[in-house]
Design a protein. Structure first.
Length: 503
């Protein structure tokens, strides 16, 4: 089983070798010399360096206290999740899976070897507790392809102790800067090695220019599309590791993409985007198997905990736990299979191609205020009609369905408004906020519908097993009250939203 650690560190370079005295840093009682370790790491990537372009590193390292395979995935500037696997001759399957959305069908090959002499120090407080590890690394880099260039440098690395306060690193940096040490211009050793060992012709190549500031309607829509594509790629490893809320966030990214294609059909050619949207719908539905389980499990656990003990009869907690675990195991295995499938990888390739060569229509060159504003207003009109229909419908299945449809259209309008916010400013931001509130309220109603369906299912199983179904009925009644409360609150919320939009 892979071991994951949150790594918070900073890298520095200096014209002078050696480490400044850090005993004066606030909170540091002593600097303990831990000796020199000889580290030997081989970094793996695709021939076109897809992992490096995504700031991901995959290495096999010997020497030191943590020999093995290490995969480092960026979380935030200076923060990475480091996933460990034991030493082996080939890339572990778990780590290969975590980078599959980036690598896809390409082969992982050794690209760089880094040998480092690491002079390690521990910064400890008055109680001897570790605050941070500081090392001076003398690095020798060797490119294993493209001519085999080499490079050497010395860098200082400061890694925060597990559970430490990141503000402590500010104190260390303040002391280092006073000593003439400056933050490294490279994000990682690998990034520096690739840059400094690149063939001469490659060194002369300029980095691709950053996207221009959005000016046209197409620019704004494509910026939003690109952000959602990137979100799917970045969340893939987290979903595979079952990280909290990762499935939901990836599902939202797929929905945002699909909604954007539909809302901005005058900007992006729907003869091209509709087939992509169908594949995104498929992916969202597969992700939804896990998400629906999460929602139902959390809700059932909450409502059961709220019941007085006198209203709880039979082994209902055991029955719910068995139901949740059974669904979890099946949905997790299925989801990993989806992420490993050719269909999913082909979808990622299609999204890359769409971003690289977008199917822009003439309206894409138009002014954002006109083109994007018209699309958002059209979406809001559809939401308005559906909400009015739901409010007018009698309580029951017809109203439940109407509210569900209104919720879906409200989500689409919210995403369209999010994409429009950089162009339209506060009006779009306000609409997105209103649609978020509306979808939240209607989501409460839909959750109640789904919980009641689950309770009917569990009650039938319990009854067949000769168990009491009393508590299931009590919970069902409470869910009916919950839905009724939402329906009663909707007209006032909708009136407030309408006045805000018209104003």
């Amino acid at each position: 089983m892979a071991d994951t650690k949150r790594e918070i560190e900073r890298k520095y370079e200096s014209d002078e070798s050696g480490l400044p005295d850090l005993t004066g840093v606030a909170g540091v009682r002593a600097v303990i010399d831990k000796g020199v370790a000889n580290l030997d790491a081989v970094y793996y990537d695709t021939p076109d360096e897809r992992l490096a372009k995504a700031s991901i590193t995959l290495r096999r390292r010997t020497g030191g206290s943590d020999a093995g395979w290490h995969l480092k995935v960026p979380v935030a500037p200076g923060v990475r999740d480091e996933i460990h696997e034991p030493l082996s001759d080939t890339v572990p399957r778990t780590l290969a899976g975590l980078v599959r959305s980036r690598v896809r069908e390409a082969e992982l090959l050794p690209v760089v070897r880094l040998r480092s002499d690491r002079d390690l120090r521990h910064l400890v407080d008055a109680e001897g507790a570790l605050l941070a590890e500081v090392s001076v690394d003398a690095v020798h880099a060797e490119r294993l392809a493209d001519g085999g260039g080499t490079a050497q440098w010395t860098e200082i690395e400061v890694e925060l102790a597990d559970g430490g306060d990141p503000a402590f690193l500010d104190q260390v940096e303040k002391r280092l800067r006073k000593a003439g040490v400056r933050p490294s211009s490279s994000a990682s050793k690998l990034a520096r090695a690739l840059a400094e060992t690149a063939p001469k012709k490659s060194k002369k190549r300029k980095a691709p220019p950053a996207p221009d500031e959005p000016r046209t309607a197409g620019d704004h829509v494509l910026a939003y599309v690109r952000a959602q594509r990137d979100a799917i790629l970045e969340l893939d490893p987290a979903v595979r590791q079952d990280a909290y809320d990762s499935v939901h966030r990836m599902r939202v990214a797929t929905r945002r993409l699909r909604s954007t294609f539909r809302s901005y059909g005058k900007v992006l050619d729907r003869t091209v985007t509709d087939p992509v949207g169908e594949e995104l719908k498929w992916l969202a539905s597969e992700l939804g198997v896990d998400r629906d389980r999460e929602v139902m499990t959390e809700r059932l656990t909450t409502v059961l905990a709220e019941l007085p003990r006198t209203l709880v009869s039979g082994p209902i907690r055991t029955r719910m736990r068995t139901w949740a675990n059974a669904r979890r195991g099946g949905s997790r295995r299925r989801l990993i299979g989806v992420l490993d499938s050719q269909r999913y990888l082909a979808l990622l390739d299609t999204l890359d191609a769409l971003v690289a060569e977008p199917p822009l229509l003439p309206a894409a060159a138009g002014k954002p205020e006109k083109v994007i504003g018209k699309a958002v207003r059209k979406d809001f009109g559809k939401v308005s009609a559906l909400v009015e229909k739901a409010i007018a419908a009698p309580p029951g299945a017809d109203r439940d369905l109407a509210l569900h449809e209104a919720r879906k259209k409200a989500k689409r309008t919210r995403y369209a408004a999010e994409a429009a916010t950089p162009a339209l400013g506060e009006p779009a931001r306000g609409l997105a906020k209103s649609m978020k509130s509306l979808t939240s309220l209607l989501g409460e109603h839909q959750d109640s519908v789904m919980v009641r369906e689950t309770l009917r299912e569990l009650s039938a199983v319990a009854h067949a097993a000769g168990e009491s179904s009393f508590t299931y009925g009590v919970l069902y009644g409470r869910e009916e009250q919950r839905a009724a409360a939402v329906e009663a609150a909707l007209p006032a919320m909708w009136e407030e939203i309408g006045s805000g939009v018209s104003g």
